[in-house]
Design a protein around this ligand. Structure first.
Ligand code: 13P
Length: 338
């Protein structure tokens, strides 16, 4: 492992005013997204949609430092035969790759999940490195109920995240470690704080145990928010303050960057939360975004599966990327939304 190579990639991923586009939807998930706009999901239509995003030069050059790809996409060529990875690299964005094999039911713990994919991971990482991947992603899924996540679930998931991270670094790929505490549920914002703290504490213990070089990692967490079915919803300032309080206690200063998932938040709320945290400032790590839905919902809708809507969809993507780039600097304002 060349630590300096990893550190340089990690720092580039959280360059000022830039963040990550999560475009790593599995074939099943992207089909659901396409169903919502009445578009058919085929290898070509998935390619056309993603090529449209990656060719949004303004967004890619100014606000997107890297893109998380799915296995199909990292191997795919644009309609003119150029590899999609080449298009994003030309625009200054790093290719990344989702390497986990998805969350499966955790045996013995009904309602809880464990993410699989460690078997054969060393060999897959080596191939992805050859295909140009500079970073990777592994997502653990942690559901909140009155008695979940259990210690067993936290342990199994954070152990797997640490084993994955060590293998990535061996292959000179920066691991994005993602312990996602799911927003669904009737729990309070305090309960989200409690579970997120437990998850992050377990994660950094496991990363230390596996000798992971923290300066060459990126954390992708949820924000501390109220459960979506709770009648009481924490406001933007409370979310920002509680999230920062939790991270100051649980995330080592050696971590260069934290990039949030959007997790089902509306586009503008995800931007407002990130902005509010950066406005509070005085942070030991960069705070930016790694949004999937909160970056893609607007362009997906504008596109609607039709070639004649490409320019409009690209404008929608460029706008969201710019708004989130400003939020990563604490310079966003609702009036800029237009
Ligand atoms: P969302 O921003 O849609 O939550 O997706 C981010 C992601 O990559 C989850 O793993």
């Amino acid at each position: 492992m060349r630590k300096q190579v990893l550190e340089e990639i990690a720092q580039a991923m959280v360059a000022d005013g830039q963040g990550i586009l999560a475009a790593d939807e599995s074939t099943g998930t992207i089909k659901k997204r396409f169903d919502s706009i009445n578009a058919t999901s085929t290898e070509d239509s998935r390619r056309d949609y993603r090529e449209m995003l990656f060719r949004t030069t303004e967004a890619m050059q100014n606000n997107i430092s890297g893109v998380i790809l799915y296995d199909e996409t990292i191997r795919q060529k644009a309609a003119d035969g150029t590899p999609l990875t080449e298009i994003m690299v030309a625009a200054g964005a790093l290719p990344g790759i989702k390497v986990d094999a998805g969350a499966k039911d955790l045996a013995g713990h009904p309602g809880e999940m464990v993410t699989e994919g460690l078997d054969g991971l060393r060999e897959r990482l080596s191939e992805y490195h050859q295909l140009g991947a500079k970073f990777a992603k592994w997502r653990a899924v942690l559901n909140i109920t009155d008695n979940a996540p259990s210690a067993a679930c936290l342990n199994a998931n954070t152990h797997a995240l640490a084993r994955y991270a060590a293998l990535c670094q061996e292959a000179e790929i920066v691991p994005i470690v993602e312990p996602e505490v799911i927003m669904d549920g009737s729990h309070s914002v305090e309960r989200c704080y409690e579970v997120t703290s437990a998850a992050l504490t377990a994660l950094y213990e496991q990363l230390a145990m596996q000798n992971v070089h923290l300066e060459g990692t990126i954390l992708k967490p949820n924000m501390i928010v109220s459960g979506t079915q709770n009648a009481v919803q924490a406001d933007v300032q409370q979310v920002a303050e509680m999230t920062l309080d939790c991270f100051h206690k649980c995330v080592p200063q050696a971590v260069p960057g934290i990039v949030f998932l959007s997790g089902g938040q509306s586009d503008e709320l995800a931007t407002a939360h990130l902005d509010a945290m950066n406005k509070i400032g005085n942070l030991p790590w960069k705070l930016s975004f790694s949004y999937g839905r909160a970056l893609q919902a607007a362009p997906l809708k504008a596109w609607g599966g039709k070639a004649e809507n490409v320019a409009e969809a690209q404008a929608a993507f460029a706008h969201r990327a710019k708004m989130n780039g400003l939020a990563a600097l604490g310079q966003w304002d609702a009036s800029l939304e237009g």
